[in-house]
Design a protein around this ligand. Sequence first.
Ligand SMILES: [Zn+2]
Length: 247
Amino acid sequence: MDRALHLSSQGLIDREIAAMCGVSIGAIQKWRTGGRRAHEEQDRLRSCPRCHGRELDDAAYAHLLGLYLGDGHIVARPKGVYLLSIYCDNHWPGLIEEAATVMARVMPASMVSRRQRNGCTEVKSLWKHWPHLFPQHGPGKKHDRAIVLEPWQREIVTAHPEWFVRGLIHSDGCRGINRVRRVLPSGVHWYEYPRYMFKNESADILALCGEALDLLGVAWRFNNRNELSVARREAVELLDLHVGPKY
Ligand SMILES: [Zn+2]
């Protein structure tokens, strides 16, 4: 079939190709239209939701946006191509898989590859249009510049706050066990309870996390300048439905 398509691209007519390949003219016509469709489909998948109006998988995008704001980078490569990288801790193989899956759902035509780096796996994908999907891309560290979502991004996050929060917490947060010491008349008691933390140096990204938690009805508070936590039992139970421990 590859040979037939090659001959067709060289300008040979179907009858000649059929004779050279030893198949019917009908088979050649079928291969040719099928090949063209596959080509068109590839072009469609490679197109950009912002520039060309390709439909975006909104839930996957909200998830990837959370991962990107937590631990992602975009760098320019030669020929106008950009590399999107998400750094995932090797302790959590399930989350490495998730990051790769979600990246492929947002950009289905680019191969998602992985590279080992100091206890982390870099999950990455090359595409010309990554900065259009992540206009927060810019020089320097994210906490040294304003991180403001564009209206279309805000719309997606508002529709899928659970995926956005999952991306944020699974990159820059955790679900841990907090131990609290209480001195009661009956003696010293230790209590353990699960809680979520999200730590980020950017006040804008912390605020975005807080807004998404508000949309989910999950109570949260600031622990300090660069960290928020979800500790009330019903709030943790609610967040467990959407995020859960790392795996
Ligand atoms: Zn674009």
